[in-house]
Design a protein around this ligand. Structure first.
Ligand SMILES: Cc1cc2nc3c(=O)[nH]c(=O)nc-3n(C[C@H](O)[C@H](O)[C@H](O)COP(=O)(O)O)c2cc1C
Length: 312
């Protein structure tokens, strides 16, 4: 089966996931590729040649980002039903994230694309707070173990849908204020004096929303709030408007940390993420894979102990 996973990834998490998924699907004999939406060419022809398509995105305010909805709206309608599947990432395993594909699915289904499956992986936050390296490592190692299991199901045609949420579509509709709010807030971005004018932000902004003229940066009205500019700024020089307190700067290594780290959100993380890792562990072990103990959330007392040592 020929398939392309069209994806948007602000800061790289979703890109890692869809690349791993394309790899896993190739292992099942699929002719699978991953293609960033912002670099997609000849989409109509490619989609026509595919037996199914995938969409990959990071959850933004319990929705798909505006660029992903726009991409779906521009896809050609199909005469014959064409299956589609979704790979998404989010910073937290919140049940409310289940509503994030409502609009995307509605747009695609109107064009005769038929929903097959949706897969969700928790990856480190690129806004709100910085996860520890240990947590980022745990998330990626977990996703790497889940993706092949999900892709085996996808290749076998086993459907997978997220549990619905009461008033999910209505809630998602309200939360899509983020699409408009992001554009508005984006105009308030600014650059401080630590900027070394490397132009990384200008060159990598997915909507070409950042321009540089006469020694000044201008942030236009087409911001996706994807965080690519601020997250990857080598000098942490970009201020992200009203959300600056939630900014996260610097790529995650996804490697095990070399030293003990201070975990400022340990209680919160324990409560919020433990079930995700335990469910993942059960699935991985049931499929005959390995899930080392280091990928499990430590018991709360042990975590207190580690944090105390890191701050000593
Ligand atoms: C504007 C914005 C809104 C977000 N909203 C959510 C959310 O509603 N739920 C969630 O769990 N994570 C949320 N996140 C976190 C991202 O979904 C998560 O870090 C994702 O893995 C980033 O993927 P990327 O690196 O491919 O952009 C949000 C991130 C941004 C930048």
């Amino acid at each position: 089966m020929k398939t392309v996973i069209y994806y948007f990834s602000g800061t790289g998490n979703t890109e890692k996931v869809v690349n791993a998924a394309a790899d896993a699907l190739r292992g099942h004999g699929w002719d699978a590729a991953a293609c960033a939406i912002e670099r997609a060419e000849n989409v109509a022809e490619t989609v026509a040649a595919c037996g199914s398509i995938g969409i990959g995105y990071p959850v933004h305010a319990f929705n798909a980002p505006a660029s992903v909805i726009r991409f779906a709206e521009e896809l050609p309608a199909q005469e014959q039903p064409k299956p589609f599947y979704i790979f998404k990432t989010s910073g937290e395993p919140l049940a409310l994230n289940n509503i994030s594909s409502c609009k995307l699915r509605a747009v695609l289904e109107k064009k005769n694309y038929v929903f097959q499956s949706e897969y969700h992986y928790v990856m480190p936050y690129n806004i709100i707070f910085r996860h520890t390296d240990k947590m980022a490592y745990r998330m990626w190692e977990t996703a790497k173990r889940l993706i092949p299991i999900d892709c085996a199901d996808l290749a076998a045609g086993i459907p997978a849908a997220k549990k619905s949420f009461p008033f999910g579509s209505a809630l998602a509709w309200i939360m899509r204020v983020e699409h408009w709010g992001g554009r508005w807030n984006g105009k308030m971005y600014s650059v401080d004096e630590s900027c070394v004018h490397c132009m990384k932000c200008v060159k990598t902004c997915p909507t070409h929303n950042i321009t540089y003229e006469n020694g000044k940066f201008c942030f236009g009205g087409d911001c996706l709030m994807c965080m690519r500019c601020a997250f990857h700024c080598p000098k942490n020089a970009i201020k992200i408007g009203l959300f600056n307190k939630w900014k996260v700067n610097g790529a995650y290594s996804f490697l095990p940390p070399a030293a003990e780290e201070e975990e400022r959100h340990k209680r919160y993380c324990k409560n919020s993420y433990e079930k995700y890792f335990e469910d993942a562990r059960r699935r991985v072990l049931a499929s005959g894979g390995d899930f080392p103990d280091e990928l499990r959330m430590p018991a709360a007392e042990e975590e207190d102990d580690l944090s105390a040592r890191a701050t000593e």
